[in-house]
Ligand binder design. Sequence first.
Ligand code: DQQ
Length: 482
Amino acid sequence: MPSRRAFLASLSTAAVAATTDAKKAAQMAHDWRRPQYHFLPAANWMNDPNGPIYHKGQYHLFYQYNPNGAFWGTMHWGHAVSPDMLRWKHLPVALAPDPNGPDRDGVFSGSALILNGTPTIIYTGVKPETQCVATSDDQMIRWKKHPANPIIAGPRPDLKAAGFRDPCVWKEKDGWYLALGSGVRGTGGMVLLYRSSDFVHWTYLHPLFEGKADPQKLSEKDPVGSGEMWECPDFFPLGNRHVLLISTMGKVYWYVGKYADQKFTPEANGHVDYGAYYAAKSFLDKQNNRVLWGWLPERRSKEEQMEAGWSGVMSLPRVLTLGKNNQLLMEPVKGLESLRGDVLRMKPRLVAGDVPVPNVSGTDCAEFLAEFAPGTAQEFGLVLSWSQNPIEIAVSPQRNQLRINQQTGEFRAASGEPVRLRVFRDGSVIELFVNNRSCLTAREYQPGLEDLSVFARGGNVMLRSLEAYPITPISPDRLTTG
Ligand code: DQQ
């Protein structure tokens, strides 16, 4: 029995903890760096999207989550639901490491599916990296780990795999297929292919696809940093082709090509996003659209993240389609428009130098759309400004480039092709879509907005249209509750 004094002391410690938590939550609810229409957990660390799935009228989104703070570690699967992929409700953690299980050092990324009517998750348990299964009730609240875990205990030893994680599954006529992120030191990334008829016993087939790492980077200590290890493979049919996404060297790469005899042969490739965007994962929505989520990591110090009490944001959901020459096209889901407030428009005009857009100021939460017909300008776009550190969002057709300040990416316009910038500003997130085929996400830590202007340098450009919308937050407290 604790003494009366010890009991009272424990009560006051609990009261202090509760007050600290309430203070932290209030601080986060007023933290303008926290987005208001992108998803993020109530607090703490988030990274990869995991197992997105539509089931019985609801969108479930899981994600890599550390309940112990705003830093990477003790990976769990966080969980939220939404009727429309825009408005979210937090649910209890779905999966936690089991101190006596094969996932004692972490529940890493994976996929969710409905297996013979039962919600099922396949994920990587650590350490060593093995593949594990869990099943749940229809609400996906109570998850039970499979007694046969790990269902795949490790890679075939002769493969000398640099890693073995992030399962992606699909069904074919002759059974279940599973792709795993892997790679070989000194060679390059690799996606391993497995088959099973019962989802528990898996047979290794061969690499679905292999890459060649950049020889100049091979000295890196971390095989992911050098491209010798591929994470989070995502493989799915799209139009009359197949798409493979892999995450490595801090970026997500897409390959579009043909899938035959259980081998993938790419015909085109590119970047999903040139900025702060990683570990993308797709699923089919209610209308069978292929929708992609990605993790938007922070670009501030670890200390600042810990101090803020949160780290990591989910991208907007992007609908994928195939464009000309097997290019991957990405467009934010329809429905986002329902969050728009009153539009402010600027008339078409020729722009040379800087032209301010009147009456756009003060908002942390906005969408801007601008369409240009390229003229003689070497570079043109939008400037978001504050008293200092303006943010330039620019396209240079001559240099085949898009840019947010110093961060650049590739954008190739066909001759005379109009350029459409779609910019989502949400607290510290700027998500940019150019003609729905080149994306660049930036994290910029500046409050409010003082001015918006359109600019053209080294010549002129025709601004065909400009629309600016305030966006309505999806929660009154920046998703710190509910
Ligand atoms: N994040 C997870 C891994 C994955 C990596 C761990 C990618 O499963 O390979 O948090 O960001």
